[in-house]
Design a protein around this ligand. Structure first.
Ligand code: 5GP
Ligand code: ZN
Length: 113
């Protein structure tokens, strides 16, 4: 399958891993948009949030739990951080393997307004 993130999961493309278990991988974004910019992905290939099914519920919950844990470990849980999921073209999605962006380590500009 021609998916960059599946290749990162397989180890065919190197990454700076932050967290890994049987279901989830987290690694540093190659083009950080903030001092902390980590991608949290399921090992299951799900193209977009639109493809998430009801049975993926626990997996999605675990992605958020991992994000919160990583934020704590980076000392930004209290100062704050942002979780972003881009969906399809207008949402700015470039890699079609579901991922959460964890952004923090600085005051982020408002998303709206
Ligand atoms: P999207 O725009 O799809 O929400 O975000 C994709 C993200 O993946 C971008 O922030 C981009 O910098 C990151 N990215 C793309 N290719 C690679 C790669 O090969 N390695 C890593 N670590 N990040 C990547
Ligand atoms: Zn994939």
């Amino acid at each position: 399958m021609d998916c960059i993130f599946c290749k990162i999961i397989e180890g065919a493309i190197p990454s700076k891993k932050v967290f890994e278990n049987e279901r989830i991988l987290a690694f540093n974004d190659i083009q950080p948009a903030a001092p902390v910019h980590i991608l949290i992905i399921p090992k299951k290939h799900i193209p977009t949030m639109n493809d998430v099914t009801e049975e993926d519920g626990p997996l999605i919950a675990e992605m958020f739990a991992v994000a919160r844990q990583i934020a704590k470990e980076h000392g930004i849980a209290e100062s704050g951080y942002r979780l972003v999921n881009n969906v399809n073209k207008d949402g700015g999605q470039v890699v079609y393997h579901l991922h959460l962006h964890l952004l923090g380590g600085a005051k982020l500009s408002p998303l709206l307004g």
